[in-house]
Design a binder for this molecule. Sequence first.
Ligand SMILES: Nc1ncnc2c1ncn2[C@@H]1O[C@H](COP(=O)(O)OP(=O)(O)OP(=O)(O)O)[C@@H](O)[C@H]1O
Ligand SMILES: C[C@@](O)(CCO)CC(=O)[O-]
Ligand SMILES: [Mg+2]
Length: 421
Amino acid sequence: MVAVHRDWSPFVVSAPGKVILFGEHAVVYGKAAIAGSLDMRAYALVTPRTDSKARMVLPDIGVDVLFDSHTLPLLSGTELSHPSEVEALVPSSISIPEGPGRTAVLTFVYLYGCIFAESDRTTGFTLCVRSLLPVGAGLGSSAAFNVALSATLLQLTGQLQEEGVSASDRKLINQWAFHGEQVAHGTPSGIDNSVATYGGFLKYIKGEPSVNLESTHALRVLITNTNVPKSTKALVAGVRALRDRYPSVVDGILDSIDSVSTTAATLFQSTSEAEETLEQQMQDIIRINHGLLSTLGVSHASLERVREVTAARNLASKLTGAGGGGCALTLIPNGMASGDVDVVARELEGEGFHCYQTVVGGGGVAIARNVDGKVTVEQWLADTMERHNSPADGDDGNVYGRAVAGFATLPAAAIAVLKPE
Ligand SMILES: Nc1ncnc2c1ncn2[C@@H]1O[C@H](COP(=O)(O)OP(=O)(O)OP(=O)(O)O)[C@@H](O)[C@H]1O
Ligand SMILES: C[C@@](O)(CCO)CC(=O)[O-]
Ligand SMILES: [Mg+2]
């Protein structure tokens, strides 16, 4: 049994969302994809309890559950052959919520069962997760949640190093977060949890370890959520059906997408080209990648509208993720004034879309340990909820205002750790 210190101070974990920059769909067929971390993150505050219960509070998706730790299953981590099996493991005293809360509860039960299998279950805690990522919009909100949850459980069971997050810590966190993604999706590629764990830009090929591109170029992007619901499963199936009918044609397109990703990887790592030339080349391959995806039938009228509106201002856009709705990304040149970006964002919001101005390529999972012992979940929640529920703050684009409000109760040193560049 792993020994756990009975006395511990609150800690906060944060993990980023992701955006697929190049290579979606082709990645399913073993081609390269490139993804980057967003500076929109999930934040988990973990505080001790005097009893041995585990409470999980997820205000963004309306979940507040209290588990009697001893009723949670004891798992080996290899028992999951189908996500639906987890349902049978949930203690009968807990009613499984409908909607997004369902996956979150199932994931918690599974990961707690595995990560606490060898550990002292009398460690009571309250875990509260707030996230700046829209749920189910293709920006990896589940991976950010799963990485934050895995890091939390590993920290509570003394399986992480005492300071920072080491390479072996990341490997462990990533493995468990992948299991969490499996509970949610069955067969995830693993790219989302890898980005949420390692941050930066990753080149990813299915079945191979992800490669950190060590880029020094952070990318400014405008992300537009078309708010059009999409089914990743149906879109992936659509591409497969097209490939079955026209194998050589579709394979040619997939190979071209692979070349796009490989070219992008070279650009990210380039130190010889001038910034402007790189930006121009990046815009070219963004346009090409979108065109190729569109020929695979995974674009949508809303995504084409984003492309048109931004193209009118000489900006390059592509769909990101599964397509068929969901999100598009637009590369923002470094020299573009933020006022000018606001104008584009307002125009897109006029079409009924939601825009996020963000930077890609920031840090992965981060942990601030021993935060002020006086920080309580209730206080933190009250701060974040106040902003979250205020009609005046109804503009979802204003995510930073919300985050900062939520952190007013945390010491500045903790905030610095949690928002790594
Ligand atoms: N703020 C949050 N609090 C708690 N759980 C969350 C939160 N955001 C997301 N989740 C978890 O992630 C699930 C949504 O994951 P899903 O994979 O469907 O969407 P996504 O990760 O946002 O998009 P994609 O995987 O296409 O990038 C929710 O059902 C919930 O379990
Ligand atoms: C469309 C796809 O390539 C990305 C979805 O975000 C599917 C996958 O990689 O599992
Ligand atoms: Mg997800």
